[in-house]
Write a protein that binds this ligand. Structure first.
Ligand SMILES: Cc1cc2nc3c(=O)[nH]c(=O)nc-3n(C[C@H](O)[C@H](O)[C@H](O)COP(=O)(O)OP(=O)(O)OC[C@H]3O[C@@H](n4cnc5c(N)ncnc54)[C@H](O)[C@@H]3O)c2cc1C
Length: 290
């Protein structure tokens, strides 16, 4: 370990009230620490700044999955293994289970949390495309109260979020689903497990009648822009249309306007654009009436 541990301070409150009070007393001085699966990698490599960390692991109010009349609430501290075990998520929001299953290995799934995945703000994170497709809302908490932000507006740029220094992510809210949506999730990485995405696509669409036109659609991608993105041009190309080959190709071309992939250590911009377009084409061809 390249970090000098005595230079780190960890406070681990039992309650949410206590946690937000600590943040409010010195905004920006304390860094939340949830499952630590992102932070411990930084600590190990010597890249985690010395300073004060606020352990969230003991705060039960931040945990768990709850059905409400409006949909489902997922506590920020809920680990992937609980997302995978949840009946309501498996039944109503299957893309989250897909994302959780493709995240790291079992150890990471037992410890890594959905709130940490969001707040780490990596454009390559695997739950955010599913959250975009489900029109999720993020609920933030501080001593000033709670506020809700549509997930679509939460990431403001690379590693920039609508999250004040005295706020924590408390939970994620997913609105109720209607059953007719056809859903799809596909992650492409270097290998099947323990790989960060090169491209990740989540989608949901609803036909107005079986074999009819697309009544509504959501397409979201990871690893192809500074943040996870909704592919609104591609969505517009198919909304209201029957999924004929020419319409599918128009959506595939339009997708190039929605994303801004880059070259980095995991892949190239050219490969990412090509794979993103193939993933979209494959999915739409599967859904298209034969
Ligand atoms: C071996 C390995 C494999 C991995 N594979 C994947 C993968 O396939 N896909 C993927 O998406 N990720 C992957 N990750 C990354 C990581 O596991 C996830 O991003 C995880 O969800 C982070 O959650 P955490 O609770 O561990 O976050 P932490 O490491 O505790 O924190 C991450 C960031 O979020 C902030 N934070 C945490 N909780 C809150 C909160 N409630 N409010 C405000 N800020 C908060 C912290 O301050 C920190 O900046 C992998 C990590 C490892 C080590």
């Amino acid at each position: 370990m390249r970090a000098y541990l005595p230079a780190y301070d960890l406070r681990a409150p039992d309650t949410l009230n206590e946690a937000v009070s600590v943040l409010a007393a010195a905004p920006g001085a304390w860094r939340p620490f949830a499952g630590g699966t992102d932070l411990m990698v930084q600590l190990e490599s010597g890249a985690l700044p010395e300073g004060r960390y606020l352990g969230l692991w003991k705060i039960r109010e931040l945990r768990g999955i709850r059905e409400t009349s409006a949909g489902v609430e997922i506590g920020a501290l809920t680990p992937y293994s609980e997302l995978l075990a949840s009946d309501v998520l498996g039944r109503e929001y299957p893309l989250l289970g897909h994302a959780a299953r493709e995240t790291g290995g079992v150890a990471t799934q037992n410890r890594g949390t959905i709130g940490g995945n969001i707040a780490n703000a990596s454009p390559a994170a695997d739950t955010p495309p599913a959250l975009l497709v489900y029109d999720a809302e993020v609920e933030l908490i501080s001593v000033r109260g709670n506020r809700r932000v549509p997930y679509d507006a939460f990431h403001r740029g690379y590693k920039k979020m609508d999250l004040a220094p005295d706020e924590l992510i408390a939970r994620v809210r997913l609105p109720k689903r209607v059953p007719e949506w056809r859903e799809h999730y596909r992650k492409v990485g270097t290998r099947k497990a323990q790989a960060i995405s090169k491209v990740c696509l989540a989608g949901a669409l609803k036909l107005d009648t079986p074999g009819g036109a697309v009544a509504d659609v959501r397409i979201a991608l990871g690893s192809v822009a500074p943040t996870v993105v909704r592919a609104r041009s591609a969505e517009a190309a198919i909304r209201g249309q029957r999924l004929e080959p020419a319409v599918i190709e128009a959506a595939v071309r339009a997708l190039a306007q929605d994303i801004a992939p880059i070259d980095d250590i995991r892949s190239t911009a050219r490969y990412r654009l090509s794979v993103a377009q193939r993933l979209l084409r494959q999915w739409l061809q599967q859904v298209a009436p034969q």
